[in-house]
Ligand binder design. Sequence first.
Ligand code: UD1
Length: 356
Amino acid sequence: MSRLLLVTGGAGFIGSAIVDEAIAAGWRVRILDSLRPDVHGSSAPEPEGGSQVEFVAADVRDRDAVRQALSGVDAVCHQAAKVGLGVSIHDAPDYVGSNSLGTAVVLSAMAEAGIERLVLASSMVVYGEGLYREGDRLVQPAPRSRADLESGRFEPRSPHTGEPLRPMSIPEEQPCDPRNAYAATKLEQELLARTWAYDGGRAALLRYHNVYGPGMPRDTPYAGVASIFRSALERGEAPRVFEDGQQRRDFIHVRDVARANLAALEWTDRVERGTTRAFNVATGVPHTIGEFADVLAAAFGGPPPVRTGEFRSGDVRHITASADRIARELGWRPQVGFDEGVREFAHASLRTGADV
Ligand code: UD1
């Protein structure tokens, strides 16, 4: 009999890609998903996955439902979370409830059930502005000033010389610096997982970079830039590229993220009890937002992107990752190249349903 994996949030964009990958790897899967209406719409159908998949419709904060969902489970892939940057501080209670409390409930039920293997969906947002070089020093700069942004000085600057700092790839051991409610709860999820693992658990913390691909939700106030650009093109509008378009991100395809989860699950079977480890899930090859917009618009056959010079307060400038640890320790490497992935995304279907 194959082993049973619980995927929380398994009906979502990333969760459902993990479910497919897990089945292909020989797992039986149980999905725990609340099908929350702000993500799935008010009349979302339950996901179908054939005989290898069971579905439990419940929230991760529901202790009894989580206890029942863990029955017979060998490992947990915890993806359920409220995502995105948030609109204002009024989102904070929902982030803390869904993400921090939800994780605490899952971990406590796992401890009760004696389940020792966890893969947690974390995010690059735990790093804040990321890592820069000034001469031979590494620095994690403070938020950019409004005055700088308004005058088009988008690069973080040295507090000493005023010169632009040079962006670097961030490794996992860099201190975290969460800068919004969502980021704070992602870090809290990591810390809770670490606390749980001290008592004999094994936890992989996967810091996803900018995930895109088929099944991504259409744009909402909480959506990432890939979905916003793609949704604009579908409306016949040009993608609006903020700042000067030179800000860098690491775009990672959802199928590669799913494969990283499977590699992390295998890792939890071979490391010692009490081990927690963070991994960047990234290609290691940064691209600019302007470049993403250009390739996507061309592949879609839509109007070329416009560079608007607008900025969003709270946005970080560059955030790119070192993908060395995940390659070395999990043996994972991305398989979907940037051009190939973005071209596929230009014509892939997006999820509809959110009532926002
Ligand atoms: C995003 C997610 C974050 C997630 C992380 C990793 C959001 C809002 N942020 O962070 O939750 O953890 O990826 O997967 O979901 N931009 C434009 N035009 C637009 C919108 C955005 O040019 O219409 C620019 C922004 O100014 C920014 C960049 O695109 O420079 C990326 O924006 P976005 O995807 O929203 O946020 P991230 O900081 O990358």
